[in-house]
Design a protein around this ligand. Structure first.
Ligand SMILES: [Zn+2]
Length: 120
């Protein structure tokens, strides 16, 4: 983990779609649809959703996660988590605000959620 740097991060997660795909794979890899098909889900563009090619059932990979209902882009969330993972002493809200270009309020809330995840 310590060798994983920003260049690696940026290559792995170039955009929100890559982040969503990561969440989808982490939670739904090998998922069998209610219609009985497997590996049948494809991305619905413009929504954070995947859809079964056979029956149209939809999956929202971020449902029930800290990313759901957040206006903040997935890439910003992932980058914030990256910063936390790289830091021994946590990341101050001010620092998140500066690195992500979000408001202090948003940075504070994100930091709080990530800390809950990592240290709960
Ligand atoms: Zn289906």
């Amino acid at each position: 983990m310590s060798a994983y740097n920003f260049k690696d991060f940026d290559a792995q997660f170039p955009d929100d779609a890559a982040c969503l795909e990561f969440i989808f794979q982490a939670r739904y890899a090998g998922h069998t649809c209610e219609c009985g098909h497997k590996d049948c889900f494809h991305r619905r563009t413009k929504r954070r959703a995947y859809e079964c090619a056979w029956c149209g059932a939809q999956i929202y990979p971020t449902a029930g996660t800290i990313f759901h209902k957040s206006e903040t882009s997935l890439k910003s969330w992932f980058f914030a988590i990256f910063l936390f993972a790289k830091s021994k002493n946590g990341v101050a809200a001010k620092e998140l605000q500066r690195q992500l270009g979000v408001t202090y309020k948003t940075a504070h809330r994100m930091g709080h959620k990530i800390r809950e995840l990592m240290f709960a």
